[in-house]
Design a protein around this ligand. Structure first.
Ligand code: NAP
Length: 285
């Protein structure tokens, strides 16, 4: 792998968030640029909410090639862009901005990144399947929007704060033939045995609370796909215990890699070197 020299043609990319120091996006995207010998550099910028407008002005003035957007800016960034992709608009959040000849265009690659990973690593065909999603936060919203495009038979959203589950399902447009329904987390046991795919989108089980589980796995059938958005640890207790009882486990690393892969593809028009990106991230975890 050749490392390019930073010179007057180098194009700047980056990620903005607060906090941002833990982000693995810089090592992942710089590896991807290097694999393709693209003269670009990707940096992490700690930006407070009150600095967002200034950041976008700076990005325009400096001709940044694009940037990723993470917590807490995924909603607020939308007010500063020239155009927003239909899917990002429908799900109400942007995580990737592309500079096309001076116009800043917003996309969301989180949900499609998750679905690509789920299909590549766990279950090739989601059409007609029964899905249970635990949690109704920002990540849940993005993946449900992307999952609905696969025409599952049903998506049941179980959340501790049941009103948030109701609000989420009401705000998404659901294709005919799919049942989209919110329930309380304490009622989730009644739907687990019928599920083909169960997805944890809460932070329960994330480092350092690695011994916690989002649900009791007793009613879950062997052969069910049990997926977790968390990638630190790479395999949560939830996924480990599900595998021990004969389920198909799926962790959150693939989602992270693929959201970055889609962003790279939007920026460069080149196919992302996902294996190299994954290697770099795993080595850094
Ligand atoms: P969020 O918007 O804050 O949502 C958190 C969700 O978790 C809510 O539904 C919340 O329920 C629920 N929750 C939290 N603690 C709980 C507890 N003790 N008991 C029951 N429910 C609880 O967060 P987010 O941005 O969606 O992120 C959620 C997770 O996804 C994080 O672990 C994050 O690391 C992961 N993630 C991974 C990727 C990836 O690339 N792999 C990308 C994005 C996010 P209430 O509504 O009742 O509070």
């Amino acid at each position: 792998m050749n490392h390019h020299v930073i010179n007057s043609d180098t194009v700047l990319y980056g990620v903005i968030g607060q906090p941002i120091k833990q982000s693995k996006s810089p090592i992942m995207q710089n590896r991807a640029f290097a694999e393709h010998h693209i003269n670009a550099n990707y940096l992490a910028f700690q930006i407070a909410p009150e600095q967002l407008a200034q950041f976008v002005q700076g990005a325009r003035a400096m001709g940044m090639g694009g940037f990723n957007v993470t917590i807490p800016h995924k909603l607020a960034i939308m007010d500063h862009l020239d155009e927003i992709d239909e899917d990002a608009k429908a799900l109400g959040a942007v995580n990737t901005v592309v500079n096309r000849n001076g116009r800043l265009i917003g996309y969301n690659t989180d949900g499609i990144g998750y679905v690509r990973s789920l299909k590549d690593e766990a279950i090739a065909d989601i059409t007609g399947k029964n899905i249970v999603v635990i949690g109704a936060g920002g990540a849940s919203r993005g993946i449900i929007h992307a999952l609905l495009k696969e025409k599952p038979a049903q998506i049941i959203v179980a959340n501790r704060t049941v009103d948030k589950a109701y609000q989420l399902v009401e705000s998404l447009s659901c294709p005919s033939g799919t049942l989209l329904k919110g329930i309380a987390l304490h009622d989730v046991n009644s739907v687990l045995s019928e599920a083909h795919i169960i997805i944890n989108t809460t932070s329960i089980g994330m480092y350092p609370q690695v011994d916690e589980m989002p649900i009791d796995l007793t009613p879950v059938q062997a052969g069910t796909v049990v997926s977790d958005l968390i990638y630190n640890p790479l395999e949560t207790k939830f996924v480990q215990e599900a595998k021990a009882k004969g389920c198909i486990g799926h962790g959150g690393l693939g989602m992270f890699i693929n959201q970055g892969a889609y962003a790279f593809e939007y920026w460069t028009g080149k196919s992302a070197p996902t294996e190299a990106m994954k290697q770099t991230v795993v080595a850094a975890l």
